[in-house]
Design a protein around this ligand. Structure first.
Ligand code: NAP
Ligand code: GDD
Length: 365
C-alpha cells in the first residue's frame, strides 16, 4: 500500500502558499492550509483551488498555540510547510513585536505542535527561512556557510526560527529543514514589495492611470527568482535523504533601478535616469515626463543592499535548475500580467486605485 502524503501549509493564502498548493495537489497530496479570520473574506490567490476535493482550509493563527496543536492533531500531516509570516521587512520596523511573535515564536509553536501530537518521527517540516539572515552581508555571494548578520526586526525573528529548526533537528532527531530562499517574485506577489509595486505602476502609467512611481533605494541589489520555480525546491528539500538546509537562489543579481528600467521597457516606456540619491528621476524618453521619483518614505532604518545567492548545493544535491526562469522572463511575466489586470480591472480598479494612490503618496509602504 502506498503511504498517503498529507501536507499542511501555514500561510496558504500567500504568494508561495498558493503555488505550493498547486504543486502538491498535482503530485497527488492531500493539502491542508491555514487561513485567518479577516473582516474581508478575500482569498484571491487560492480562490481557484477552493472546492478541489483534496484541498482543505482551516482557521489557525501562528500566534495561537492551541489552534496549531489541534490542527496538527486533526490533520496528522506527513509534511508541514511553515510559510506563514509577517513577511514585509519595512513593516517589521513598525510592528517588531508582532513580527517576533509570528515569525520567531510561531516556528516554535509549530515544532511543539508536532511534538505534542507525537508526530516527530513521521512528520517532516520545511521552514521558510530567508536570505535576509545574511543582512549586512559578510561575503558575496552567500552560501550555506556564510555567517548571518540580520539587519531588521524581520530578519532577527527569522533567525530565531532558523536556529529552532536546527535545534529540534539535533535535540529530537526531527526531519526539519530550512530553505534559505532569496527573493522570489511572481504575478501573485504582494503589491507593496518592490518588484510588484514597479510592474503594477509601469502598467498603470503606460495606460494613463498613474503619473509617477515613488521608490526608495534604487541601488539595492537583489537575486530575484520566480516563485513558481522556488516552491519545487521546498518540496525537494523534504524529499532529500537527510534533513539539511539549502540556499535557493538564481546566482544572478540586479539593482532595483535595473528592474524598473526593464519593467517600464516591457510596458512600452523607455526610461532615462537623471540625478542622484533622493534627487534621482526616471524620465519617459518619449515625452520628457518624470515617471519614477525617489521618496525617503521608502528608505529603511537599516537596509540590506547586496543579496546574491550561491545555489550550488541545491543544484548539485537536489538537481534543481536555478535558471529555469531568467530575470528577463520573470519581469516580462509580471508586466504582461499587470498590463492585463490594469486593463481589465474595472470593478476591483476602485480598490486598486486607492492602493496605488496611497503607494504614490507614501502612505502605504
Ligand atoms: P506572503 O505572500 O506575505 O504570505 C504570508 C502568509 O502568511 C499569508 O498567507 C498570511 O496570511 C500568513 N500569515 C501572516 N501572519 C499570520 C499569522 N499570524 N497566522 C497565520 N498566518 C499568517 O509571503 P510569501 O512571499 O508567500 O512568503 C512565504 C514565506 O517565505 C514567508 O514566511 C516569508 O517570510 C518567507 N520568504 C519569502 C521570500 C520571498 O521572496 N517571497 C523569500 C524568503 C523567505 P494572510 O493572507 O491572512 O495575511
Ligand atoms: N518594498 C519596497 N518598496 N522596497 C523598495 C522600494 C519601495 O518602494 N524602493 C526600494 N526598495 C528596496 C528595499 O529597500 C530593499 O532593499 C529592496 O528594494 C527589496 O525590497 P522588498 O521588495 O520589500 O523585499 P525585501 O528584500 O525587503 O524582502 C523580501 O525578500 C526577503 C528575502 O530576501 C520579502 O519577501 C521577505 O519576506 C523575504 O524574506
Amino acid at each position: 500500500m502506498v503511504d498517503k502524503k498529507i501536507a499542511l501549509i501555514t500561510g496558504v493564502t500567500g504568494q508561495d502558499g498558493s503555488y505550493l498548493s498547486e504543486f502538491l495537489l498535482e503530485k497527488g497530496y492531500e493539502v491542508h492550509g491555514t487561513i485567518r479570520r479577516s473582516s474581508v473574506d478575500y482569498r484571491e490567490r487560492i480562490a481557484h483551488l477552493e472546492g478541489t476535493p483534496n484541498f482543505h482550509l482551516h482557521y489557525a493563527d501562528m500566534g495561537d498555540s492551541m489552534s496549531l496543536v489541534k490542527l496538527v492533531g486533526k490533520v496528522q500531516p506527513t509534511e508541514i510547510y511553515n510559510l506563514a509570516a509577517q513577511s514585509h521587512v519595512q513593516v517589521s520596523f513598525d510592528a517588531p513585536e508582532f513580527t517576533a511573535d509570528v515569525d520567531a515564536v510561531g516556528v516554535l509553536r509549530v515544532l511543539e505542535a508536532v511534538r505534542t501530537n507525537h508526530l516527530e518521527k513521521t512528520c517532516k517540516i520545511y521552514q521558510a527561512s530567508t536570505s535576509e539572515l545574511y543582512g549586512k552581508v559578510e561575503e558575496v555571494p552567500q552560501n550555506e556557510n556564510t555567517p548571518f548578520h540580520p539587519y531588521s526586526p524581520y530578519a532577527i525573528a527569522k533567525l530565531y526560527g532558523y536556529w529552532m529548526i536546527k535545534e529540534y533537528r539535533e535535540a529530537y532527531g526531527m526531519f526539519c529543514c530550512s530553505g534559505i530562499l532569496f527573493n522570489h517574485e511572481s504575478e501573485r506577489r504582494g503589491e507593496t514589495f518592490v518588484t510588484r509595486k514597479i510592474t503594477l505602476a509601469a502598467a498603470r502609467i503606460a495606460q494613463g492611470k498613474q503619473d509617477c512611481l515613488y521608490l526608495g533605494n534604487l541601488d539595492s541589489l537583489r537575486d530575484w527568482g520566480y516563485a513558481k520555480d522556488y516552491v519545487e525546491c521546498m518540496w525537494l528539500i523534504l524529499q532529500y535523504d537527510r534533513p539539511e538546509d539549502f540556499v535557493i537562489a538564481t546566482g544572478v543579481q540586479h539593482t532595483v533601478r535595473e528592474f524598473a528600467t526593464l519593467a517600464f521597457q516591457y510596458a512600452g516606456i523607455e526610461l532615462k535616469w537623471e540625478g542622484e540619491g533622493v534627487d534621482e528621476r526616471g524620465i519617459n524618453v518619449a515625452n520628457g515626463k518624470v515617471v519614477v521619483a525617489v521618496s525617503e518614505d521608502f528608505y529603511r532604518p537599516t537596509d540590506v543592499v547586496n543579496l546574491w545567492g550561491d545555489p550550488s548545493k541545491a543544484k548539485r544535491e537536489l538537481g534543481w535548475n536555478p535558471q529555469k526562469t531568467t530575470f528577463e522572463e520573470l519581469v516580462k511575466i509580471m508586466v504582461a500580467s499587470d498590463m492585463q489586470k490594469v486593463a481589465a480591472d474595472h470593478v476591483a480598479g476602485v480598490m486598486r486605485t486607492n492602493l496605488a494612490e496611497y503607494l504614490e503618496k507614501g502612505v502605504v509602504k
